[in-house]
Write a protein that binds this ligand. Structure first.
Ligand code: AMP
Length: 552
C-alpha cells in the first residue's frame, strides 16, 4: 500500500499528463495480477469497479469517528485541521502522524478490509473495521485509503489517463486498451488482461458482463436516415428491461443494464437457457406478457429487485426474452461482425419460447421510417430503434450505428386559463401559461398542464400585453385570464394528477404555436386526453407480442 500511495503522491505532484502516465505505467508494470486489478481500479478513485454490485456506503461521519478514535483529538482540533485542507485524505494524513501502529500492509490486506466493510450494513461494524485498518497503516497510506473511500483521489488522474498508463505499461496500443475497457467496463479486469496479452475482443469471457451498446436520440426520420446511411433496420423500442444472457454448458447468468446479475429475477429464462444447445452471449430485452399482449413496464417492475420470485407472480407476470443481438457463439466473440451476420447466427440458434426474436423491418427512406413510426405509435409505443445492418457492436457506446427515434407523443389545442410572471431572463413578462381542455360532460374548462417554452421573445412580449388586457383576476404572481387564447402544445407523456381537476397532467409540454385562427369552442377535449392516456400509459396495451417479436 505504501508503494501505491507514493505513486499516487507523485502523480498528484506533477501537472504534466505525460509524466502522470509515465509514473503510473512504471508502477503498474511491476504488479502481480491480483494487485494490478486492485491498483488500476483504486487509481480511478473507486473502491470497487463500477460493475461490481457492491457499494461501500461508508458515511463521512464514520471516517471522522475512526480518525478521532485513533488520534483522541478534540473535535475542534480535528475540525480546524480539516478546514485547512477540505480533503479528508490530506486531513487524515496530517492528524494521524505518529498516531497509528504501522505494519507492512499489502493491497490485498486493504482489499479484504474493504470487502468486510462492504459486507456489513452496520455503520458501527464498518467503523470498527476502518479503525483497525487505519491503525495498521502509515499516515501516507491512510491518506489514500481515505481518498479511495471518499471516491476522489484528487491527483488529476482521469480514467483516460489510467487507460493510457495501462497501454504504456504493457506496450499496447491505446485503442486496444480502450476497446477492451469498453467491453469489460472494468479497468482492473482490463489491466489484468492487458498484462496477460489477452487484448483481442475475441477474449470475451462469459459470466463477465460486457457493457451494453446504446442508442443516440434523433427527432425526425430525415435526421435518422441521414445518420444511419442508406438502410436502417427498425425494431420496436421495447418497454421492458435490457438483459444480457450468458450461457455456457450448464451455467447460465442474466445481467441488467448496469451489469448486475439478475438471474434470480427471471428464473424461467434461466431454466430455458439451460436448454439452448450452444454457448452464447445474447443481448435483448425482457418483456412481460399476458394473453398474447405485451405488459407495461410497471407490471414487469414488480418482478425486479427481489431475492426470489414467488410462483404466483411468475404466473401473473410471465416474461419472455426478446433477443436482438448475438455477441458470442461457441467460443467465438462476434461483436465485430456486421449486425446482419450476427442476426443470421442468432436466427440459426433455433429459439423456443420464452426466447423470441426481435422483429425488424428495413427502412430505406424517411417516408418508410415515418410509416413505421406511425405503426409503432398505433400500438401505443413511444418510439422506434434504428440499427445499421453493417455496424459492429460497440459496447458502452452511444454511437450513430444505433439510433432511437422519438417524437412528441401528440399535440393538442388548448386554451390558456392563467398566466404567471417569469423568472430570470423572463422577469417582467408573463411567460408561464396554464392551459385547459374542454370537459364536454360538464362544459367546464379543466387544466391539464403548464407550459413555459416554445415562444419567441417577441411573441412573449406581445402576449404579455394581451394577457394584461384580458386579466380577469390579478393574484400577484398569477393572473387568471379570459379563456380565449388558443395554443397548440406538444408533450411527451401524460400522468394522473391530483393537482388538476381534470385528473391528468401533460408532461414536458411546450408551445408549438399560437392558434389565433381557433376559438375556445374548437379546442381538444378531456375525453381525448383520457383516450391518449389509456392508449399509451393505461394498464392494457395494444401491442401483441406477435407484432414485435417472432414467436417460434
Ligand atoms: P436509452 O435508454 O434511451 O438510451 O435507450 C436504449 C434502451 O432502449 C436500451 O437500454 C434498451 O433497454 C432499450 N431498448 C428497447 N428496445 C430496444 C431494441 N430494439 N434494441 C436495443 N435496445 C432497446
Amino acid at each position: 500500500m505504501l508503494k501505491f500511495s507514493r505513486t499516487a503522491d507523485a502523480i498528484g505532484a506533477t501537472a504534466s499528463k505525460l509524466e502522470k502516465t509515465r509514473v503510473l505505467a512504471e508502477y503498474l508494470r511491476e504488479l502481480e495480477p491480483a494487485d494490478l486489478r486492485l491498483a488500476a481500479v483504486w487509481m480511478t478513485g473507486r473502491a470497487f469497479s463500477p460493475n461490481d454490485p457492491r457499494v461501500q456506503n461508508l458515511g463521512g461521519s464514520t471516517m471522522w469517528r475512526a480518525v478521532q478514535a485513533l488520534t483522541q483529538l478534540e473535535a475542534d482540533e480535528l475540525g480546524s485541521t480539516y478546514l485547512k485542507y477540505s480533503d479528508p485524505g490530506d486531513w487524515a494524513f496530517e492528524v494521524l502522524q505518529g498516531r497509528t501502529h504501522p505494519r507492512p500492509t499489502g493491497l490485498q490486506d486493504v482489499a479484504q478490509a474493504f470487502d468486510r466493510m462492504a459486507a456489513t450494513g452496520a455503520q458501527q461494524a464498518k467503523l470498527e473495521e476502518l479503525t483497525l485498518l487505519l491503525d495498521r497503516l502509515q499516515p501516507l497510506e491512510a491518506k489514500y485509503v481515505i481518498k479511495i473511500l471518499a471516491s476522489d483521489l484528487r491527483i488529476g488522474l482521469q480514467e483516460g489517463l489510467v487507460e493510457e498508463a495501462v497501454a504504456q505499461a504493457f506496450g499496447l496500443n491505446l485503442d486496444q486498451v480502450r476497446r477492451l475497457h469498453m467491453l469489460t467496463g472494468d479497468i482492473g479486469e482490463t489491466a489484468v488482461r492487458c498484462q496477460a496479452g489477452e487484448v483481442e475482443t475475441t477474449s470475451i469471457q462469459l459470466f463477465k458482463p460486457i457493457r451494453f451498446m446504446l442508442a443516440t436520440a434523433v427527432a425526425t426520420p430525415e435526421e435518422a436516415m441521414q445518420r444511419v446511411g442508406s438502410e436502417a433496420w427498425t425494431e420496436e423500442k421495447y418497454d421492458g428491461v435490457r438483459c444480457q444472457l450468458h450461457k455456457q454448458g450448464d451455467r447460465v447468468a442474466l445481467y441488467s443494464r448496469d451489469l448486475r446479475e439478475t438471474t434470480l429475477a427471471f428464473p424461467e429464462l434461466a431454466e430455458a437457457a439451460g436448454r439452448l444447445t450452444h454457448d452464447v452471449l445474447i443481448d435483448g430485452e425482457v418483456l412481460g406478457h399476458r394473453a398474447g399482449k405485451v405488459l407495461r413496464f410497471f407490471e414487469l417492475q414488480r418482478r425486479l429487485g427481489r431475492k426470489e420470485v414467488p410462483a404466483g407472480l411468475r404466473e401473473e407476470v410471465p416474461v419472455a426474452l426478446v433477443a436482438f443481438d448475438l455477441l458470442y457463439l461457441d467460443g467465438e466473440a462476434i461483436l465485430d461482425l456486421p449486425l446482419q451476420e450476427r442476426r443470421a447466427r442468432l436466427e440459426a440458434l433455433g429459439f423456443e419460447h420464452p426466447f423470441l426474436l426481435a422483429r425488424y423491418e428495413a427502412a430505406r427512406s424517411a417516408a418508410d421510417l415515418d410509416r413505421l413510426f406511425k405503426e409503432t405509435r398505433e400500438r401505443g409505443n413511444e418510439g422506434l430503434m434504428l440499427k445499421s445492418p453493417e455496424s459492429a457492436y460497440t459496447p458502452g457506446r452511444r454511437g450513430m450505428a444505433w439510433l432511437k427515434l422519438k417524437r412528441p407523443l401528440a399535440t393538442l389545442d388548448v386554451v390558456v386559463t392563467a398566466v404567471e410572471w417569469g423568472h430570470g431572463k423572463r422577469r417582467g413578462v408573463l411567460s408561464d401559461y396554464t392551459f385547459a381542455v374542454l370537459d364536454e360532460e360538464t362544459g367546464e374548462l379543466v387544466n391539464v398542464g403548464k407550459a413555459y417554452t416554445g415562444l419567441t421573445d417577441a411573441e412573449i412580449a406581445e402576449m404579455t400585453q394581451h394577457f394584461l388586457e384580458s386579466t380577469l383576476v390579478d393574484r400577484g404572481r398569477i393572473r387568471i385570464v379570459q379563456p380565449e387564447t388558443v395554443i397548440e402544445v406538444a408533450f411527451d407523456s401524460i400522468q394522473h394528477s391530483g393537482r388538476h381537476k381534470s385528473g391528468y397532467a401533460l408532461r414536458f409540454p411546450r408551445i408549438v404555436r399560437l392558434r389565433p385562427d381557433k376559438t375556445v369552442k374548437e379546442i381538444d377535449t378531456l375525453a381525448t386526453v383520457a383516450a391518449l392516456y389509456e392508449r399509451f400509459f393505461g394498464a392494457e396495451t395494444a401491442t401483441t407480442l406477435e407484432e414485435v417479436a417472432e414467436i417460434p
